[in-house]
Ligand binder design. Structure first.
Ligand code: FFO
Ligand code: ATP
Length: 292
């Protein structure tokens, strides 16, 4: 019942990004199939792409420049956001997530640890709910498993490692809290790519979003690289694809089409802002229909 092939997923995601700059005008089913195997566009050989159907190195440079301009604008707006509005929005967003059936039913989650210097939507209440001792409500079945990011190198390489407490975290060179690769007993932490069970939900950070699922990250390519690999893993294992949910302050939602994207950018399924939960992809609408 949960079988949801990556091919179907890519179709759904292509449907929600009709004006994506780098999508071929009307991809044929065979093109969709081709997209399932590799990163959607290799930046290294982008210049080999035929003009008219795909991007060239030159317009990729343009896109990356546009992304930088937009990042600077959004960073500025976030810096000048009123602290009491920020805190109201943090509460509203987290309450919406905590109440959502797709959050309540998730057993394995990947979430970011908010870095206040980056002015990201707060996840602290969500994390403490996820990590709460399951014996509190008497049922170990309600226990959720949490994986959080650890940057391994500057080559867009990030892992998601299992933690069981906020005490498992230490600040990295960017001042973001992340887990050490081994726990206090010297055992390697479980890497989500080696886990035996699927992740149900990703809670994603970002700088800007639109209501069609486009997401502008911080420019490292960490999440896009990771998400693509995870989607491939889920496809290989015949797992249901995880729901990709972005958390956004109101000012981070911008007009459709204003976020420049390349084929490497992974669209999100759901956007949560203080105004509410917006299901975007067909996968999200299907899950919302059945309450999961
Ligand atoms: N909380 C959190 N953890 C995360 C991410 C994230 O976005 N948020 N990441 C998501 O990738 C990865 C780390 N990537 C990062 C990429 C850039 C910056 C950063 O400080 N950027 C500065 C600008 C730096 C510059 O351009 O010189 C900034 O955005 O202000 C931080 C983390 C993994 N962990
Ligand atoms: N002009 C360029 N040509 C080729 N590659 C670039 C260029 N500018 C940036 N990159 C690389 O492209 C990758 C992805 O950048 P992108 O802007 O898509 O990141 P992002 O989506 O903001 O980040 P994340 O996925 O971590 O949220 C990064 O590894 C970056 O180093």
């Amino acid at each position: 019942m949960w079988r949801s092939g990556l091919r179907q997923r890519v179709k759904e995601l292509l449907m929600i990004l009709p004006s994506c700059s780098f999508l071929p005008p009307s991809p044929s089913p065979s093109q969709h199939v081709a997209f399932t195997k590799k990163p959607l566009l290799s930046l290294a050989n982008a210049s080999l792409c035929s003009p008219g159907t795909m991007s060239t190195a030159t317009n990729l440079d343009g896109i990356f420049k546009e992304k930088q301009v937009l990042r600077s604008k959004v960073r500025k707006s976030l810096k000048s956001m009123d602290p009491s509005l920020r805190s109201q929005e943090d509460d509203a967003i987290q309450s919406l997530v905590l109440e959502a059936p797709w959050f309540k039913s998730s057993q394995r989650l990947c979430a970011y640890i908010t870095c206040s210097a980056l002015r990201e939507v707060d996840t602290s209440k969500l994390l403490s709910q996820i990590l709460q001792n399951p014996t509190k409500d008497g049922s170990a079945q309600n226990a959720k498993k949490l994986y959080v990011p650890r940057v391994e190198d500057k080559n867009s390489h990030m892992r998601m490692l299992n933690i069981s407490s906020m005490d498992d975290l230490i600040a990295n060179s960017m001042d973001i809290l992340e887990p050490a690769p081994v726990d206090q007993h010297g055992n390697a932490r479980e890497d989500v790519m080696q886990a035996n069970n699927p992740v149900d939900l990703f809670l994603l950070p970002g700088l800007a979003f639109d209501k069609s699922g486009r997401r502008l990250g911080r420019g490292g390519g960490y999440y896009d690289t990771f998400l693509r690999k995870y989607q491939e893993l889920a496809e290989e294992r015949d797992w249901r694809q995880p729901l990709l949910v972005a958390l956004s302050y109101s000012l981070q939602i911008i007009d459709d089409g204003a976020i420049p994207v390349t084929l490497n950018d992974v669209p999100v399924d759901v956007l949560v802002s203080p105004a509410g939960v917006i299901p975007i992809s067909q996968a999200a609408l299907n899950r919302f229909d059945i309450g999961l």
